[in-house]
Design a protein around this ligand. Sequence first.
Ligand code: SAM
Length: 185
Amino acid sequence: MSDWDRTFLGMRMQQSVGIVLALNSLFEMLKPRRIIELGTGYGGLTVCLGIWGYTHLIPVYSFDATPRHWSLGTMLAVLGVRLIREDIFGYEEAIARLVQRHGITLLLCDNGDKKREVNTFAPYLKMGDTIMLHDYSADGSVSHEVEYADIQATCVRCGLVPIMPEEFRPFNWGVFRKDGKSDEG
Ligand SMILES: C[S@@+](CC[C@H](N)C(=O)[O-])C[C@H]1O[C@@H](n2cnc3c(N)ncnc32)[C@H](O)[C@@H]1O
């Protein structure tokens, strides 16, 4: 099992487990009104998101076309996580409506095509909303799926600026908040 496909407190999570503490800091700073995960996978990270949602009374949505979270199904149900079995690119309008609800949205992109996810969903973000993507290396110095050049045009067009890069770089996540000058209003 690699560093990117671990168990955390017995739950399978395709992450380095340090991401949980980095997310805790991000949640405390952002105080999101909702969390949307694109890519449930085995569900370990979803449980972590769900615990924040449960303790802070905010909804957590997680999408996967081919979910594998069955061993964590009871826990996810207790936490009230809303699991949606859909292809995210065929469900774009519904995801956009969720993102655009009142209050800060945190959108995690962890599907099979993160570049397409960011380029598809970032244009729907409101001011203060934050989008993050896994398997990201800003300068491509680490061999990963996406580097900044792949999403630069979208970041500039939508007014997205990187936040907490030092905290998330070790876990190969990039985090961007819509709070810069935007030509999309
Ligand atoms: C890397 S795993 C998610 C890992 C999980 N977030 C974690 O941290 O443990 C990616 C998931 O995305 C799902 N997926 C890939 N393409 C998709 C699509 N177009 N729509 C919905 N789900 C998709 C796959 O079924 C897979 O379970």
